[in-house]
Design a protein around this ligand. Structure first.
Ligand SMILES: Cc1cc2nc3c(=O)[nH]c(=O)nc-3n(C[C@H](O)[C@H](O)[C@H](O)COP(=O)(O)OP(=O)(O)OC[C@H]3O[C@@H](n4cnc5c(N)ncnc54)[C@H](O)[C@@H]3O)c2cc1C
Length: 445
């Protein structure tokens, strides 16, 4: 499997890796094929996930700029076609209390407003663009997997209510049984906003809208070399060279260390993996997830899960450290064990699908939308830490505003700062291994 810390680029026109989403998405909309000759453009966008596609769409629609998107493999070949399908009020992975203590209440409120706007941006695109992506009813539960997590959840509800003026609720152990049955269900934090959908259909929908608005999307066109001179960028792909005045880097967790020295080392690619079971019987459904809400738990190495429209369970979590290790069947087994611990009624259930992808964790565990100080007219967004379905679409929209000349399109200061490089880069994987061991120890207490 492609490993951004090892390989130079994700491939040249590789097909989507097999997944439940690929099998159920239908026929891909038309793209512009691989680049076959040299071109000269105003704006080139590297990466055709939600960030890049949304940037291309908003540039064309709201700023009259027809960008060219360069994608190594297929549209939404990265996280955007592989994720857990939760579109929530989220971005990054910093607990609310820590966010407030790091940046203060004012900045936390601005950030919450931006995350809420992100969800509304996605809803708007789905509605106005007639994107048929199997949207499920709203409702998100953060479920206490241990009794001792309940007090922290109640405090978090208090912060949502009192600081952010948001109607999160605490749901008791007895009440949560209506939506979440099983062995690890001690109460939950409920957020009324947030839904699941078909992530690949969503990406293909945004891709269709971007092309209809005037963007060009070249698949099978990895940027394999990048040089810059006098405000002009030379992006080399196997089929042709793109000379661009402005470049948007939207490669997120799939950014190789060799793409450009200015972007290297600013995100840690972290592998997240998903299994999908066979369809449940009516009784299994009753004993596990009677509803279709988005669920995740309170572990440090958290699990996320939902019941799919055809009554299968999608269950995901952190897995391997390196690309090579991700191919071991042990990680699929670990997820299966975690699923069955949570829902004993599913012990031994068959798994029909298994896949994974690279989420991007920044040094602050929060996203970024910034103009690179090291290179002229280069912009980048990412670092969603596995919570980027809605926020990446919003970041694409904000990047379009920055490309069009707005230096700071949100009120959130930290979003627009250069993400710090991780220290001790050669030892990143070793550090991650130690962190995982510590989290596993804490989660088992
Ligand atoms: C298993 C999994 C589960 C997840 N579940 C959720 C969830 O439930 N909710 C949520 O909010 N978030 C979730 N996420 C995270 C979410 O999917 C991402 O934050 C979001 O899709 C990021 O979109 P993106 O466009 O920034 O990056 P991606 O979709 O990863 O796109 C990056 C693209 O860049 C391309 N690329 C890289 N290098 C080059 C190059 N040199 N030249 C050309 N192209 C290049 C790649 O091929 C890739 O297609 C999950 C992620 C994974 C992997």
């Amino acid at each position: 499997m492609y490993d951004p810390l090892v390989n130079a680029h994700p491939g040249i026109g590789a097909p989507h890796s097999s997944s439940y989403w690929v099998d159920t998405a239908g026929v891909a909309p038309q793209d512009d094929g691989p680049l076959t000759h040299d071109i000269d453009v105003d704006v080139a966008i590297i990466g055709a996930g939600y960030t890049g596609l949304s940037c291309a769409l908003h540039l064309a629609r709201e700023h009259g700029v027809r960008a060219v998107v360069l994608e190594a493999n297929q549209v939404a070949w990265g996280c955007s076609g592989r994720n857990g399908s939760f579109a929530r009020i989220s971005g990054g992975r910093v607990p609310l209390a820590e966010l407030i203590s790091r940046y203060g209440e004012r900045e936390a409120k601005h950030y919450f407003a931006e995350m809420t706007a992100a969800l509304n941006t996605v809803r708007g695109l789905i509605r106005e663009g007639n994107i048929d992506c199997d949207v499920q009813p709203d409702g998100v539960f953060k479920v206490a997997s241990q009794a001792k997590h309940v007090d922290a959840l109640k405090r978090e509800v208090g912060l949502y209510n009192d600081v952010l003026n948001y109607a999160a609720q605490f749901v008791s152990e007895a009440q949560v049984q209506d939506v979440h049955r099983g062995a690890e269900s001690f109460g939950a934090l409920y957020m009324p906003d947030g839904f699941s959908m078909h992530p690949l259909k969503l990406a293909w929908g945004i891709h269709r809208l971007a092309r209809e608005a005037g963007a060009t999307v070249h698949v099978g066109s990895p940027v394999v070399d990048w040089t810059s001179s006098k405000g002009s960028h030379r992006l080399v792909t196997p089929g042709g060279v793109v000379t661009a005045r402005k470049v948007v880097v939207a490669t997120n967790g799939y950014t190789s260390t060799t793409l450009n020295s200015a972007t290297a080392g600013r995100v840690l690619p972290v592998h997240s993996q998903i299994i999908v079971t066979r369809p449940l019987s009516a009784e299994e459904k009753r004993q596990t997830l009677p509803g279709s809400e988005c669920m995740f738990d309170t572990r440090n190495l958290l699990s996320y899960y939902r019941r799919l429209p055809d009554d299968r369970i999608l269950f995901g979590g952190r897995s391997a450290i390196t690309g090579r290790e991700s191919e071991s069947p042990q990680h699929r087994q670990n997820l299966h064990d975690a699923l069955c611990r949570k829902f004993p009624a599913l012990t031994g259930i068959e798994v029909d699908y298994n896949w994974g992808g690279w989420v991007a964790v920044s040094e602050s565990s929060l996203p970024f939308i910034y103009r690179l100080p090291e290179l002229e007219n280069v912009f980048s967004g990412g670092g969603y830490a596995g919570s980027g379905v809605s926020f990446s679409v919003q970041v694409g929209k904000r990047l379009a505003q920055m490309v069009a000349g707005d230096p700071k399109p949100t009120a959130v200061d930290f979003l627009h700062q250069s993400p710090k490089r991780f220290p001790f880069q050669p030892f990143l994987r070793m550090g991650q291994r130690m962190a995982y061991a510590w989290y596993r120890f804490k989660d088992a207490q």
